[in-house]
Design a protein around this ligand. Structure first.
Ligand code: C2E
Ligand code: MG
Ligand code: MG
Ligand code: MG
Length: 296
């Protein structure tokens, strides 16, 4: 840009010495990180919960915890607005620990009112690979002795798992020894999914919502969905489809042998306080079983 051009003109080609744009971006990032750290201290983060249902029985099997920032001026912010800034900083460890602790406390509270659920918690790769992750998880579980570790499922991005498959697999095994289970999130978006599924010790794969969304109109996406379900069966993994928006999606997924479903067609992510009422009102057949029978 112009400042760099001038620096180059006046500075015998040593144009890297003066780059106000780079400086400005670095300062902005530091400020945003500080603001997010402050939000954590001030309790501005909240978890929303989105139900996951068993496709054959219609039973509510669990929920996925999804972080939101209740910003005092800007309102309720989705993770896309703030997670990418912290995902490559140490702050992701603090935020991630808060998410785990909050989800466990919520499970404990639901259990006390007779609601037995499994909760899926998204974990960033940097958090999972942070020193002594499994030991700290064990300590967090010990804070909630009434909550079974089996009720906690950690979701890691398939793409992140593939980056360092050896270390990720080791941490997964350490956590599984505690009773915690794993799912591979956004499955299908990585390059080598099929070959690597064999070596990743996760119980569940979550088919990415982009494939599910378009599978009714796009033959290639449908083939990917079928492929993932078929592969999961061979490797004895559970399959959750994300982005199930209509009964037609549900019917096709059920016909293809998908185990679980999550999506706006079942429920949008909601505050914890709304979940008991939603579970009470949920009707186990949202139209997809009858549609699947007639082959619609
Ligand atoms: P994800 O884990 O793949 O979560 C699913 C996302 O899809 C959520 O977006 C959810 O609200 C949205 N979704 C669910 N059903 C449907 C549907 O039927 N249609 C459409 N169009 N979207 C649907 P959200 O809450 O904005 O989260 C986005 C991503 O942010 C998550 O993707 C996850 O990767 C990340 N994330 C969310 N919470 C956390 C967290 O606590 N920690 C970490 N590390 N990442 C998180
Ligand atoms: Mg997820
Ligand atoms: Mg996903
Ligand atoms: Mg995603």
């Amino acid at each position: 840009d112009q400042a760099m051009y001038l620096a180059k003109q006046g500075g015998r080609n040593r144009f890297h010495l003066f780059d106000p744009e780079h400086d400005r971006l670095a300062r902005e990032r530091t400020e945003r990180l500080a603001r997010i750290a402050q939000a954590l201290r001030d309790g501005e983060f909240v978890l929303y919960y989105q139900p996951q249902v068993d496709m054959r029985s219609g039973r509510v099997a669990g929920v996925e915890a999804l972080i939101r920032w209740q910003h005092p001026q800007r309102g309720l912010l989705p993770p896309a607005d703030f997670l990418s800034v912290i995902e490559d900083s140490e702050l992701i460890v603090e935020v991630g620990d808060w998410v785990i602790a909050t989800a466990l406390a919520q499970l404990d509270a639901w259990q006390r009112i007779g609601l037995q659920l499994r909760v899926g918690v998204n974990i960033a790769a940097r958090h999972l690979l942070h020193a002594a992750f499994a030991e700290r998880l064990q300590a967090q579980l010990a804070d909630f002795p009434e909550v079974a570790p089996q009720a906690l499922e950690l979701e890691i991005l398939e793409t992140a798992a593939l980056e360092d498959i050896e270390r990720v697999s080791r941490v997964i095994r350490e956590c599984r020894a505690l009773g915690v289970s794993f799912s591979l999130d956004d499955f299908g978006t990585g390059y080598s999914s099929l070959a690597y599924l064999k070596s990743l010790p996760a119980e569940t794969v979550k088919i990415d919502q982009t494939f599910v969304r378009d599978m009714l109109v796009d033959a290639e996406d449908r083939a990917i969905v079928e492929g993932v379900i078929g592969l999961a069966r061979v490797f004895r993994r559970e399959v959750i489809a994300e982005g199930v928006e209509t009964a037609a999606h549900g019917a096709l997924l059920l016909r293809l042998g998908c185990d679980m479903a999550q999506g706006y067609g079942i429920a949008r992510p909601m505050p914890a306080a709304d979940l008991p009422v939603w579970v009470g009102q949920w009707r186990p057949d949202p139209g997809w079983r009858s549609a699947a029978d007639t082959g619609d």
